[in-house]
Design a protein around this ligand. Structure first.
Ligand SMILES: NCCC[C@H](NC(=O)CCC(=O)O)C(=O)O
Ligand SMILES: NC(=O)OP(=O)(O)O
Length: 349
């Protein structure tokens, strides 16, 4: 793998999930693969999980790691071509990225959207220029429109925790959610007793306009997983918060949270701002925060969130502190997702 920027860069998602789980079982099985290779992690924005999990993943593979907090410690970067740099920017991305490529065998980049110009963000102008000028393989650490390491960790977490259902006939309505014909068994052949998990991406309230990167990416990965027969995927959001539709092929879309989460096995909670009214903080209706009352509508669903999460604004503390929360487990799996991706890149260096 030369680029990991979206699910489209992955040939076989099942194989990548299996690789992450194999690395979880044997973290040091490939500890010589990255010997004398250097990973550079470049941050234009803050991070806790991505920074630490990717660094640890590289160390487990025997790599050296350098971290550059470009936003705080680097020169102010110019990204536009054809400008006379007589203002505040000191160094052009053409030189900065190329120089980092001289020191590193693989680079990671975190570059959030500015949420000012939708075309600029959705064209991934900054990320793509970095890839073009650095000249080495690049892994996205969350770009303007996607967060693929997070989504891979999320798919790993769902795959790992999904428990067989002993008696699917107890789950009224599940056959409907799987789009099965009447009388058709909801169990994939050869996997007796096991149905597909119903996964719901559920919009949550926030006080700021946040990027669509996490939900776009989660949706893209879940739609691919759904197409491969791994799960059943629904998105719930208030009117006006629809994601750009190229990220959601085949997803069921609902504007009613209670209906969408009925019988859900996983609820993935996340705020995002409007794609249509780009960068604006829109009014939203009451009743979109997941709490124990809402959880009671689900099939005792596991609740996920990429973190950081604002307690009792986006997601109720009673869920985060309760037995249904998967958020720490999910964050732990960021390590194995990153290690699987770095391993695939190292194998092709
Ligand atoms: N990397 C994980 C998510 C990052 C970002 N969250 C944030 O910016 C939270 C900011 C706040 O809560 O003030 C997002 O939603 O895309
Ligand atoms: N989930 C996630 O990417 O967390 P950080 O922003 O802390 O890296």
């Amino acid at each position: 793998m030369k680029l990991f920027s979206s699910v489209h860069d992955v040939q076989d998602i099942k194989q990548l999930v299996a690789s992450a789980l194999a690395l979880k079982a044997s973290p040091y099985a490939h500890s010589d693969l990255g010997k004398n290779k250097t990973l550079g992690l470049v941050f234009m924005n803050p991070s806790l999980r991505t920074r630490l999990s990717t660094q640890k993943a590289a160390l487990n593979l025997g790599m050296n790691v350098m971290v550059m907090n470009m936003d705080k410690e680097g020169w102010a970067l110019e990204t536009q071509d054809g400008v006379i740099m007589n203002g505040t920017t000191v160094e052009h991305i053409r030189e900065a990225a190329a120089v980092m490529g001289e020191y590193c065998d693989i680079l990671g980049l975190r570059s959030f959207p500015k949420l000012q110009n939708r075309d600029e963000d959705y064209n991934e102008e900054f990320f793509n220029k970095f890839v073009k000028f650095c000249g080495v393989p690049v892994v996205s650490l969350e770009s303007a429109t996607r967060h693929p390491l997070q989504s891979l960790a999320d798919l790993v977490t769902i795959t790992e925790t999904w428990k067989p259902i002993p008696n699917p006939s107890q789950r009224e309505g599940s056959s409907k959610s799987l789009n099965l014909a009447e009388g058709e068994t909801p169990l994939p052949l050869g996997e007796a007793g096991r149905g597909l998990p119903k996964v719901v991406l559920a919009w949550a309230p926030h006080i700021k306009p946040l990027p669509q990167a996490v939900p776009n990416s989660f949706a893209e990965w879940m739609c691919k997983a759904q197409a491969e027969g791994m799960l059943d995927f629904t998105i719930a959001q208030p009117e006006g918060f629809e994601l750009e539709e190229s990220f959601t092929p085949g997803a069921k879309i609902s504007h009613n949270l209670d209906e969408a989460i009925a019988d859900a096995d996983y609820v993935y909670v996340k705020n995002w701002s409007s794609y249509k009214e780009y960068g604006k903080l829109l009014d939203f209706p009451e009743g979109w925060m997941m709490n124990n009352k809402k959880l009671s509508l689900t099939n005792n669903a596991k609740v996920m969130h990429c973190l950081p999460v604002r307690r009792d604004l986006e997601l109720a503390s009673e869920i985060l502190d309760g037995p249904n929360s998967l958020v720490i487990h999910e964050a732990g799996n960021r390590l194995w997702a990153a290690q699987a991706v770095l391993k695939a890149m190292l194998e092709e260096l």
